[in-house]
Ligand binder design. Structure first.
Ligand SMILES: CC(C)(COP(=O)(O)OP(=O)(O)OC[C@H]1O[C@@H](n2cnc3c(N)ncnc32)[C@H](O)[C@@H]1OP(=O)(O)O)[C@@H](O)C(=O)NCCC(=O)NCCS
Length: 326
């Protein structure tokens, strides 16, 4: 098994980073934070009511040593300084001060603002809140990097001798041509950050014109954009999944392609196919899925999963610390 977890943890340990956990009152999060301290992966900050957090830790016999508790609702300047800063950030988008004062009570808004202000290095959420509840504030407050069209979610399938990256498993429901191209470049960058040479396949139900349908045009246009922007990147499409990952199929279906069944970055046309594939692989084939990585954000944001246990959340914290170390 490729030890991607160890790879991420080693990089996370390089410089101990402050990782803020917006769902600090959840027992799985408290346990994961404690494990992160024990493994020297990060300096966790638990957001939430100090009394509740301490009671859970006592009940479950979880050590809080090395963990900061940020009982943000008790901050004297929550409704003044922090709400004003949120208002400042969003007023051009029509946010009134009263709305900012209301939203700052929400841990997703406070947590992402705290990171945006540089008071913590990375933020983790989406382990109790849905992706939309966590990511919308993250997009509004932290936002994407200036040099990208959009941020995207990258999930890694970890197998015996290889890792395959899937995207966008998390955010863009029906990406535009420009977004699809960016999703491919983000996923390639993510694979590179872990030491892999990306070989990118833009997936569909057709391989290099074997099918014809208007849905294939945006994929071909996205390919042209990536080839222009990143000429050195090994990329091709449109391609069926078997042509992308099976040398036998590739020989028959796309013998002239730069991808010969050896793609390690698979780009799906929409979130439906990406997210469904990810869950099917995990549930049916019992394949380990790591991530996802939110790639292209201006500061490290890591979106966990509501079904995650404490050990899986520990990996999410490690991923956040890893990205903060890049
Ligand atoms: C991600 C998501 C929450 C964004 O919410 P939304 O209601 O579409 O948000 P909006 O279109 O109002 O955009 C809000 C802000 O986020 C930004 N944004 C949205 N998606 C973005 C992306 N992929 N990258 C960067 N910014 C993005 C918008 O540009 C906008 O910024 P602005 O307000 O500063 O102009 C939404 O697309 C979503 O629910 N996606 C699917 C999530 C999901 O269910 N995933 C499956 C489980 S993991």
């Amino acid at each position: 098994m490729v030890d991607i977890v160890n790879l991420i943890k080693e990089r996370a340990r390089k410089h101990l980073k402050k990782v803020l956990l917006v769902e600090g009152e959840d027992d799985r999060i408290i346990e994961a934070a404690s494990k992160a301290v024990a493994e020297k992966l990060a300096k966790p900050i638990l957001l939430g009511d100090e009394r509740i957090i301490k009671n859970i830790a006592k009940d479950k016999q979880i050590s809080l040593v090395g963990i900061e508790i940020l009982d943000y609702k008790k901050l004297d300047d929550l409704n003044s300084r922090y709400a004003k800063q949120l208002h400042e950030l969003r007023k051009a988008k029509g946010m009134e001060l009263e709305e900012a004062q209301h939203l700052i009570q929400n841990p997703n808004y406070f947590g992402t603002l705290y990171v945006r202000l540089g008071k913590a290095d990375a933020v983790v959420g989406g382990c109790k809140f849905t992706t939309a509840e966590f990511m919308k504030p993250a997009f509004q407050v932290i936002g994407k990097r200036k040099d990208v069209v959009c941020a995207s979610g990258v999930s890694a399938i970890v197998m015996a001798d290889s890792v395959i990256f899937l995207s966008d498993t998390d955010f863009s429901i029906k990406p535009s041509v420009e977004e699809l191209a960016q999703i491919a470049m983000n996923a390639a960058e993510c694979a590179q950050s872990l030491g892999f040479i990306p070989k990118v396949a833009l997936l569909s139900h057709s391989t290099k014109g074997s099918g014809e349908h208007p849905s294939l045009l945006p994929i071909r246009e996205a390919l042209a954009i990536v080839k222009k922007k990143r000429p050195e990147l090994i990329i091709d499409g449109e391609m069926q999944a078997d042509a992308a990952i099976s040398p036998n199929s590739a020989r028959r279906k796309c013998p002239g392609s730069v991808i010969q069944g050896d793609a390690n970055v698979l780009i799906f046309p929409d979130i439906f196919s990406a997210n469904i594939s990810c869950h099917l692989l995990h549930q049916l084939a019992k394949i380990e899925i790591f991530g996802s990585f939110a790639w292209g954000m201006d500061k490290p944001v890591t979106n966990g999963g509501r079904g995650y246990n404490a050990d899986e959340i520990l990996n999410v914290i490690a991923t956040a610390a890893f990205q903060a170390n890049l």
